[in-house]
Design a protein around this ligand. Structure first.
Ligand code: ATP
Ligand code: MG
Length: 213
């Protein structure tokens, strides 16, 4: 199985969410990470994890997009590969999008993020034409102001597209997300029972049920 965190816009939380899902899933299934982020965020985070004497998450590297496509073709149901795609449109990212069993696109409530979604929708549209089926991504509201209660406009925006489904789970803006990564830990390993931990648990359960894990 392959989950890809994807959005051509940077700084929306792809690496943060990919990391937390990877650590959580590694406890229940053979989990690998593919780090396509040019900043190598997860590679660095995994090195920090080793410095803390914690078991690193297995990482895979490919020299070409064709190699990645070949790996994806031979993907097995008893392994989970989490791809942190770069925040831009590239051959690697296109392969990752088309090869995924589940696509997740984090977005905040900021206007620029929502505008970026329109550009991303165009990418999904053109890849859907190549693939001959409608590629859908699961929109994840991330880094949402904890005080924000009404989501009507955001939901309306997302629901206008055939390429977007909306995840029920929401991650709000919490300092623990940045702090935990800085120690090579997941949210749960950093501070259990925090609000961030509860939100990530909800997301983890939702993703498991979408993938029938
Ligand atoms: N829910 C959250 N609450 C608080 N901070 C967050 C949250 N999600 C992400 N961040 C912070 O936002 C910044 C960007 O997150 P991240 O690096 O995961 O984004 P990205 O989409 O992978 O970016 P890039 O495209 O540059 O790789 C980081 O500093 C991260 O710690
Ligand atoms: Mg990143």
């Amino acid at each position: 199985m392959i989950i890809t965190l994807s959005h051509q816009k940077g700084g929306v939380g792809k690496s943060t969410v990919a990391w937390n899902l990877a650590v959580n899933f590694s406890k229940i299934i053979d989990t690998r990470i593919i780090d396509l982020d040019t900043q190598r965020s997860l590679t660095v985070t995994n090195a920090l994890r080793q410095q803390q004497k914690m078991n690193p998450i297995q990482m895979l590297h490919f020299n070409t997009a064709e190699e990645l496509a070949h790996y994806a073709e031979n993907d097995l149901d008893n392994t989970l590969t989490i791809i942190d795609s770069g925040g831009f449109d590239s051959a690697y990212n296109r392969v990752a999008i088309m090869a995924s069993d589940l696509l997740i696109t984090p977005v905040s409530d900021k206007p620029f993020d929502l505008m970026g979604l329109q550009k991303y929708e165009e990418i999904l549209k053109s890849l859907s034409e190549i693939q001959g089926e409608t590629i859908k991504t699961n929109i994840l509201f991330n880094s949402i102001n904890p005080a924000m209660k009404r989501f009507g406009d955001l939901i309306e925006f997302v629901c206008t597209s055939d390429h977007f489904d909306l995840l029920i789970s929401i991650l709000r803006q919490r300092v623990d997300f940045a702090n935990s990564v800085g120690e090579g830990k997941s949210i749960k390993e950093y501070r259990i029972f925090s609000k961030a931990d509860q939100e990530m648990d909800n997301l983890f359960e939702e993703i498991k049920s979408l993938l029938n894990i």
